[in-house]
Design a protein around this ligand. Structure first.
Ligand code: SF4
Ligand code: SF4
Length: 294
């Protein structure tokens, strides 16, 4: 009897395989495999080899792409662009996992020519795969959280409508910022950054380079390993879900005349200065003291 499971082809391009590693940590992978099957995945037992994928006609429902794309990149003697095009025309949906597949990411700096994401070079739209854009959902992140991959695939399977932002990311996961839900929000409000990495107190926006107020993502809502996030644990967000990643200045806030170079999304410099003036007038002893002695 033919399997009713949705068939996934997981193709890797120029990648460190970080999104594969992330997905292998999905805690409900066994239940997931009741609904989906991999016709090919480089690290999971699957029905076909890469040579089969390239040389035979194999039925497929969802194409997942991990890694940056270059016209020069070859897999098992076939250009990655040709393998993508062969399956892109057959599948219901294409999902890019990770910032490299979505926007080029780290590997834009590689030696391969014109390395980009599937549809974007940073935030600039590219034309090579324009014909399949309407099928694509981008799940950016370095890596993307496994729950976001699984939940997106379940939505495709259930034929739920997925509302996307202008960079093809599901609004359900990317409409708000990583700052939203951080346990340090009270320190942010009163502009207290008396932080040492790993310490429980202080916000890291003012001195320690936290990108979260200008990074779209759900790291403080959908926790990593179901328990924690980078900023809750005491390390600055590096903005890995954004097309500009890697932007640099990961642990240091670049400032002009004392004002952070990058302000929270939607906050004008004048508004920031007004609010800064007001909040600096407050001295909340409870927050300024070290509540937890290490
Ligand atoms: S540490 Fe980062 S995420 Fe947390 S409150 Fe400060 S700016 Fe927001
Ligand atoms: S906290 Fe920031 S850098 Fe870390 S995974 Fe989330 S978006 Fe990426």
């Amino acid at each position: 009897m033919l399997s009713k499971k949705l068939k996934i082809l997981w193709l890797t391009a120029i990648t460190c395989n970080g999104n594969t590693h992330s997905f292998l940590n999905y805690p409900h992978l066994d239940i997931f495999m009741d609904t989906f099957e991999f016709i090919y995945h480089p690290s999971i037992d699957s029905a076909y080899t890469l040579n089969d994928i390239i040389n035979k006609e194999i039925a497929c429902d969802i194409l997942i792409i991990e890694g940056s794309i270059s016209t020069e990149y070859i897999k098992a003697d076939a250009p990655i662009v040709d393998i993508i095009n062969k399956y892109a025309s057959k599948v219901q949906k294409i999902v890019t996992v990770g910032t490299c597949a979505s926007f080029g990411g780290m590997f834009r700096e590689s030696d391969y020519k014109d390395t980009t994401g599937l549809h974007f070079d940073k935030e600039r739209p590219t034309s090579l795969f324009e014909h399949i854009k309407e099928k694509t959902i981008s799940l950016s992140g370095c890596p993307v959280h496994p729950d976001i991959i699984a939940n997106t695939l379940y939505s495709i399977e259930k034929k739920r409508a997925i509302e996307l932002d202008s960079l093809l990311r599901p609004k359900e996961f990317f409409a708000y910022t990583v700052h939203n839900g951080c346990t340090r929000n009270e320190y942010f409000e009163y502009k207290i950054d008396n932080h040492q990495f790993g310490k429980k107190e202080g916000c890291m926006f003012y001195d320690h380079g936290c990108h979260a107020p200008y990074t779209h993502g759900s790291c403080n809502k959908i926790l990593w390993n179901e328990v924690n996030s980078k900023t809750r644990a005491g390390l600055s967000c590096m903005g890995c879900t954004e097309p500009t990643f890697p932007k640099g200045d990961f642990f240091h806030t670049k400032k002009n005349m004392g004002i952070p170079q990058y302000l929270p999304f939607g906050v004008a410099k004048r508004t920031y200065l007004t609010l800064a003036g007001i909040t600096k007038a407050f001295h909340i002893k409870r927050l300024e003291e070290d509540l937890f002695d290490d």
